[in-house]
Design a protein around this ligand. Structure first.
Ligand SMILES: [Zn+2]
Length: 57
């Protein structure tokens, strides 16, 4: 995955809405992860995106 600890398997993620960023973060290095890089379903990714967008309003 595209974060500072991408040499290791990272399963330690946190979900946090932030303006201008995807809502998934690495809990180890604090790096922002692209939704496409995170092994979640497309449906869950869509729900996270709409949730994050709602949080920005
Ligand atoms: Zn990381």
């Amino acid at each position: 995955m595209n974060c500072c600890c991408d040499s290791e398997e990272t399963n330690d993620l946190k979900i946090e809405g932030d303006v201008g960023a995807d809502p998934i973060w690495c809990n180890r290095c604090g790096g922002n992860l692209d939704l496409e890089d995170v092994p979640i379903s497309d449906r869950l990714a869509e729900e996270l995106l709409s949730w994050a967008t709602w949080r920005m309003d």
